[in-house]
Design a protein. Structure first.
Length: 256
């Protein structure tokens, strides 16, 4: 539970940083800090990287979950109009045209209109309107919560992709180093300075890192797939997370 709360806190900080990274908001901050934020964002955009701010904006506009919730809210809004229509007057019209050729040849027509206005329905219309309006308010709050959840999920998956990329690169570097160690142990074995056990141990360490690299690649692929599902953009070139500004208090570490 504490770990999940820590991730949510980091997500809130990241969302805040992405928000203040926009030039319009940065103008309200300290001039020196604002210049640093805008300059950093411009450099990232020139490099062709996807920033956290762009990912949040894209998810807010095109995430399928949010789009479905917004369409559901529109339906609830229409229910209010439908409920109000129950207490409004209704106008109906009818027309009848008759033609006879049996006894007397001739034709005739009848036109009519009827206007009705309900005066008393036992409070049913008023209660229906109140229920529809309450459903709209509940739908708006549900949409707000969905937006918060989706944006935090974007931040968490954005961070997960960067984390898994770092782990993959670190494992690749370790593989290169352990291959050199194994080759060195093999040469020393040929010279009689090492035993076969030493070579086997170096090979076992290398095999362990290779297995870890495979797991890291799988986690990276899963993180990228989750990011693509949330944002609709590939996670191949993500910009680093924005640095914490000096005016933002650091979250306290949880004490077990």
């Amino acid at each position: 539970m504490r770990k999940k709360s820590g991730l949510r806190m980091q997500g809130c900080i990241a969302v805040t940083l992405a928000f203040v990274s926009s030039p319009a908001v940065a103008q309200t901050l300290d001039p020196v800090l604002a210049d640093d934020i805008v300059t950093a964002g411009t450099d990232v955009e020139k490099a062709g990287l996807v920033t956290l701010e762009q990912a949040l904006s894209r998810a807010y506009q095109g995430n399928p979950t949010l789009q479905a919730d917004r369409e559901g809210l529109k339906i609830l809004d229409e229910d209010v109009s439908t409920a109000r229509a129950g207490g409004r007057p209704t106008l109906s019209a009818e027309a009848v045209f008759v033609r006879s050729e049996i006894d007397v040849e001739g034709s005739g027509s009848v036109l009519g209109a009827r206007l009705s206005q309900p005066f008393f329905r036992g409070g049913r219309v008023r209660n229906t309107i109140r229920a529809a309006e309450t459903n709209v308010l509940a739908g708006r709050e549900s949409l707000k919560q969905s937006e918060i959840d989706v944006l935090l999920d974007v931040v968490e998956n954005y961070s997960a992709v960067l984390r898994d990329e770092e782990i993959r690169d670190l494992n690749a570097s370790m593989i290169s180093s352990l291959e050199q160690v194994r080759d060195g142990e093999t040469r020393r074995l040929e010279l009689g300075a090492r035993t076969r056990t030493d070579v086997a141990q170096s090979q076992a360490r290398l095999s362990g890192v290779i297995a870890s690299t495979t797991n890291a690649d799988n986690r990276l692929a899963a993180s990228r797939a989750a990011f693509l599902r949330l944002v609709g953009l590939p996670a191949d070139r993500l910009a680093p997370l924005p640095a914490l500004p000096p005016w933002l208090p650091m979250p306290r570490a949880s004490v077990n």
